[in-house]
Each structure stands twice: as C-alpha cells, then as structure tokens.
Write a new protein. Structure first.
Ligand code: SF4
Ligand code: SF4
Length: 133
C-alpha cells in the first residue's frame, strides 16, 4: 500500500517508491539554490527534480526534493556547493518544507506558508526580476 503523505501532489512521478519513511529528510532552502544541479548527480534514488524558472523555463531554475522518495542518505546536503540543503528529522522536515520552498513543481503547498522572502526573489509578476526587454 502507498505511504500516506501530508501534501497533495501536483504531478505524478514515474519512479520507484521507497521501502519506508526515513529517519531524516533533505530539505532545500531554495532561497540559496543556484540551480547548479550538483545534488542531482549524488542522489542515489534520483529523487531531486529540476523546477523550471519562474520567468522563463530555462532561466533561474531551482531544484526540489521529492519528499516521498528521499531516503535521508545526506549525500546531497554534504555536497551542495552552496550549503543550502539541510537534513531534518522526518516530521520536522515535512513541516518546514513549504517555508523553505520558493516554487514547487511537485507539491501543492499553500502559498501562505511558503517563504515570503523567497517568493519575492523570483515572483513572476515582479518586473524587476524579469530581464530587460
Ligand atoms: S547542489 Fe545546492 S545549489 Fe546546486 S542545485 Fe542542488 S540545492 Fe541547488
Ligand atoms: S538525502 Fe539522499 S535520497 Fe534524499 S534527496 Fe538527498 S541525496 Fe537524495
């Protein structure tokens, strides 16, 4: 039976599920993410997804952990060159994830709980964030 989860999913990800919830979860503070994709190459279960940029798909991209597939191995947190991934206890990580998230491809987070400063960084209707015409 599929693991019950706290947040609704916006997309279906066709990758194998984990065996059981881990002791820890990786949570990315997207305010510090440069989209370098280094973490993706270290993840042994391929559970870090690329989030399209808010203004243009290929500009200012971010990444996001699929919290339902993370096995808590810590590799991404160890090797993120910008030190913007932290490991949290499972419950705490789940609770904190929306606040650390600028833009989610995977989960239908309540915008009210998402990080205000982070949202301001890449808000699509913010004219200052868009490249000059
Ligand atoms: S390694 Fe760090 S900065 Fe690079 S994409 Fe992953 S979370 Fe973002
Ligand atoms: S902790 Fe491990 S499994 Fe979880 S996202 Fe990071 S590299 Fe992937």
């Amino acid at each position: 039976m599929a693991e019950a989860f706290l947040y609704d999913k916006k997309i279906e990800i066709d990758k194998p599920p984990r065996a059981k919830p881990p002791k820890q979860l990786a949570v990315i503070d997207q305010t510090g993410c440069t989209g370098c994709e280094a973490c993706i190459s270290f993840c042994p279960v391929d559970c870090i997804e690329i989030v399209p940029g808010p203004v243009y798909r290929d500009f200012m991209k971010l990444v996001e952990v699929d919290l339902e597939r993370c096995i808590g191995c810590q590799l991404c947190a160890r090797y993120c060159p910008w030190e913007t991934i932290d490991m949290w206890g499972y419950e705490e990580g789940l609770a904190l994830a929306p606040e650390k998230t600028v833009r989610s491809l995977i989960y239908d987070y309540d915008p009210e709980t998402m990080h205000e400063a982070a949202e301001a960084r890449v808000r699509p209707d913010d004219a200052s964030a868009a490249p000059a015409p």
